[in-house]
Design a protein around this ligand. Sequence first.
Ligand code: NDP
Length: 290
Amino acid sequence: MTDNTNFKKELVGCFGDPIWENPSEAMMEAAFNHHNLKWRYVTTHVPAENLHAAFAGVKAMGYKGFNCTLPHKVAVIEHLDGLGESAEVMGAVNCVVEREGKWIGENTDGKGFVQALEEITTPKGKRVVIFGAGGASRAISVEIALNGATHITIVNRNEERGKEIVAILNEKTAASAAYVKWEGDYALPADTDIVINATCIGLFPNVNDRVAVDATTLTSNMIAADVIPNPPNTPFLREAAATGCTTIDGIGMLVNQGRINIDYWTGVDANPDVMRDALHDVLNLGLAQK
Ligand code: NDP
């Protein structure tokens, strides 16, 4: 029921550049409405040079926190009072939370991935191959390492970026990690448990692009996961499913990181089905892909 005596809403949002293609607002506001939370999630274009002023605005307007995406995930750290464990290890923040007047940086991307994975298996004791060495790869690799993965291979074209993540994993987590330069179709080691596409390959509009993996090395005892939420049924996942792999799409990671953000800000455990439905509607995904 509408409260006609109090029109004020609590504010959170997402800051980035570009930001127009980010669908998060739809699922976050769907959750707020579903749980009768008087909160708003505002998608906001903040270029790199305006982050300082935007943060001052957040404080002045009493925001409870905000998500940050490119190019702010590292730059925001100098404005914060502290970091959560995975954000500290990764050196990147995607969720800022106001806790008793202190502004704390968290990283929920990897946590969202681990929650999606845990619907099928635990990362504990697993050998994992990850394609890509950008922000998504860093978040996922650190989080699965913190959750007990034993070995992580980072496969990436750019050697410097790949080796940087491997150094973080080897120095700051209990997992062992190795870098492999990505040249031609990568042949997965037979003892791989989980293989993850953490590149932007397959993201709209390049929906037919394939991950260069030797499909003959994918086996039915492997789990194949993709970070791409739009469209979620990527060529990589279709190829993996055809060989009998269990697959996990990028929607689960997106929904779960959103749920964790809402929990951090409001203390409410949001309904994931409501959020997933809102994403499907806004991304115009057919029921067949749900
Ligand atoms: P970055 O730009 O930080 O990194 C992209 C990575 O992809 C780089 O390692 C790059 O390799 C690699 N790459 C890009 N194109 C190719 C190609 N054609 N062949 C081989 N490698 C390629 O991006 P992010 O890590 O931030 O994001 C990656 C994807 O993850 C995005 O599509 C994003 O939508 C998705 N994502 C999904 C989330 C979810 O919740 N589902 C959350 C966060 C991200 P190189 O270093 O060699 O250039």
